[in-house]
Design a protein around this ligand. Structure first.
Ligand code: MN
Length: 334
């Protein structure tokens, strides 16, 4: 485990106002890290502005403090002005500055710009960076940062950080789960976090429309490479038919991934405006980060993704499946 760059802890001590940011379409790690760090900074008596370009997905509104996240750019500018130019931006769990969203340029203009991330395919941006791909989650790093800053982690922060770690490790199942990950989770539980309560919010919280959407999506499953690749997809039509939203598909890729023979799970999502995004999950020693990179995407060894804007779901599927089949063949017998 690497040391936290001193420039980061030093500038946190010396600054009063913080803008916290994360990637677009934030997942549990993004939101948990953001809110967990916000609470740590609160405890240090700092002023904190949590900014997202869109409201939090209803999958995560159970996070008790998620209503502190603001989407108002005018309020953000007012906060920066009030800070008298001495404001730090901290981007959490964002491996690529293009994922900061549509206000990227304005956000990057805040200096110093600090980046805390664990993506394997991390692209360098910002002044101060603490990037550790071996970490299970950015939430784990936020916990270490809180410790390094000498802050007593509150129940609130512990809750947020636990959600971050739990979601990014698939409930401590992925191979990014290390002894330190579980140690930290244990320390969070000692601070009052109840794993069963959080698991209930994350996993046993489907709406009827979401479950209907799952039914439609699972019906699209196609297998290839002797059942080693399992591919599902979702279309705008299915969203209409079920009454669900695209954000409801979070976690659906776990189903093709759960197939005994599957080495790679693929999930193709048709967004609005013809955007197609592809998520990949790998089991064992398959490295999907490299494959995602070849499609101009990124991610981790076991979880990665990329996007297209000018192809149909069918075109994307045949193209991606062909590359994955070749990749599996290439690795056969190694
Ligand atoms: Mn993450």
């Amino acid at each position: 485990m690497r040391r936290i760059p001193e420039a980061i802890t030093k500038s946190i001590y010396e600054t009063d106002s913080f803008v916290l940011l994360t990637h677009v379409h934030p997942d549990g790690d993004a939101l948990g890290s953001l809110l967990g760090l916000a609470d740590i900074l609160d405890c240090m008596g700092k002023k904190v502005f949590c900014f997202l370009e869109e409201p939090v997905s209803q999958l995560y509104t159970f996070l008790p403090d998620c209503d502190r996240i603001q989407t108002d750019l005018v309020a953000l500018h007012a906060f920066i002005r009030a800070g008298g130019g001495k404001v730090i931006a901290i981007a959490l769990d964002c491996g690529d500055d293009s994922r900061l969203g549509k206000y990227k340029e304005e956000l990057l203009a805040i200096t110093p710009f600090v980046v805390i991330d664990h993506h394997k395919s991390h692209k360098d941006y910002g002044e101060y960076r603490w990037v550790e791909p071996s970490r299970s989650s950015t939430g784990e790093m936020v916990y270490e940062l809180g410790m390094a800053l000498g802050v007593e982690i509150s129940y609130q922060s512990a809750y947020d950080i636990y959600v971050a770690i739990c979601t990014d490790t698939g409930s401590f199942r992925y191979d990014s789960t290390h002894a330190r990950t579980l140690q930290i989770a244990g320390e969070l539980v000692e601070r009052g976090v109840q794993p069963a309560e959080i698991a209930c919010h994350i996993y046993d919280n489907f709406s009827i429309s979401r479950l209907k959407l799952l039914e439609l999506v699972l019906a699209t499953m196609r297998l290839d490479a002797a059942d080693q690749i399992a591919c599902i997809h979702v279309t705008q039509d299915m969203l209409k038919q079920s009454g669900a939203e695209l954000q409801d598909v979070e976690g659906f890729i776990e189903y093709p991934r759960s197939l005994r023979t599957a080495k790679i799970a693929v999930f193709i999502k048709e967004g609005q405006n013809g955007q197609i995004s592809v998520s990949l999950r790998a089991k064992g020693d398959c490295d999907v980060a490299e494959i995602a990179k070849s499609f101009n995407g990124g991610g981790h060894r076991n979880a990665a993704g990329f996007r297209f804007s000018d192809k149909s779901v069918e075109q994307v599927r045949s193209e991606v499946m062909a590359v994955l089949c070749r990749d599996l063949e290439g690795n056969a017998g190694v």
